[in-house]
Design a protein around this ligand. Structure first.
Ligand code: SF4
Length: 291
């Protein structure tokens, strides 16, 4: 049984049972809430990276079965963006990846949006915030759900169930490998309480729409609860390409490219400026007839 270098008092509500807590900060940088005496005996400080790293190393060896990790003390999100992403990246490297991150928008040193932009985490992110205005931007950064406070329990439960389903899908993917079976010409996806078979050749493009993705096939539209990032990872890369943060297209369906506009099916889809060079190279690759 190992003991991390905990600085007491340390508070653990019952909901955190059977989990690991890392004190990445000590005390609370605010420490002024009239109803809270938790950290009155501590002066706020941030733990040095070497200490945090050693504790993660220790836990990854001694408790490889850990399923949940909490960062403490009072306000771990007061850490700088670079330190927070350093911690998450190291946890990921050690396979101690959180399943879910509940993230606010308005935080002391970093906004939730900036955190999403700079983190490489693969965890499912559920926004829990008082600010509805950032929903579209957050979904564009692949959050799983966006809960606006005050959050009804049923809504919270729905978001958690969605995260659980996503985790199970990822686990299944882990047992079957990341890439789909190369000899297969189709995939299955959950939609409207049934499992739909979709042929790669029929799927024209996919569009991210807030907390779901719409698949446009030759004959129908399918609304599926999956993130565009996860879909991109599971579709064969030799057929499908992400051309914009909200669009994945079937390269075989592209009729022409004009500037940054793809003519596909009966639609025109814009390639994002940052991806343009990579996307056009991938689409035309060895197929361009030279002079
Ligand atoms: S730990 Fe939370 S509740 Fe307590 S003083 Fe700090 S911010 Fe307030």
């Amino acid at each position: 049984m190992i003991e991390l270098g905990y600085d007491y008092p340390l508070y653990r509500p019952p909901s955190e049972a059977n989990s690991i807590i890392f004190q990445v900060t000590l005390g609370c940088s605010f420490n002024k809430c009239s109803f809270c005496n938790m950290y009155r005996t501590k002066e706020y400080s941030e733990k040095p990276w070497e200490e945090i790293k050693n504790e993660i190393d220790l836990v990854s060896k001694s408790y490889p079965q850990t399923e949940k990790i909490f960062l403490a003390d009072g306000d771990a999100l007061n850490l700088s963006t670079s330190r927070l992403t350093q911690i998450l990246d190291y946890l990921k490297e050690k396979n101690e990846i959180p399943d879910i991150i509940f993230l606010d928008i308005n935080m002391p040193k970093i906004t939730g949006i900036d955190f999403l932009k700079s983190s490489k985490t693969n965890a499912n992110v559920i926004m829990t915030t008082a600010y509805p205005a950032y929903a579209a931007e957050a979904y564009g950064l692949d959050v799983l759900d966006y809960l606006v406070k005050p959050i009804a329990f049923e809504r919270f439960l729905k978001a958690c169930n969605k995260a659980k389903e996503m985790r199970e899908m990822k686990a299944l993917k882990g047992t079957t490998g990341n890439q789909p079976n190369k000899t297969s010409d189709h995939f299955f996806i959950k939609c409207n309480n049934q499992i739909e078979k979709v042929f790669y050749a029929d799927l024209i493009y996919a569009e991210a729409m807030l907390n779901y993705v719409m698949l446009y096939t030759n004959t129908k539209k399918l609304m599926v609860y999956v993130t565009i990032k996860s879909l991109e990872e599971q579709l064969p890369a030799n057929i499908f390409i992400k051309v914009h943060k909200s669009f994945i297209v079937n390269m075989n369906k592209i009729k022409s490219i004009e500037g940054n506009i793809l003519d596909i099916g009966n639609e025109k889809i814009a390639i994002s400026q940052s991806l343009r060079e990579k996307v056009i190279h991938q689409i035309v690759k060895d197929k361009m007839i030279k002079r």
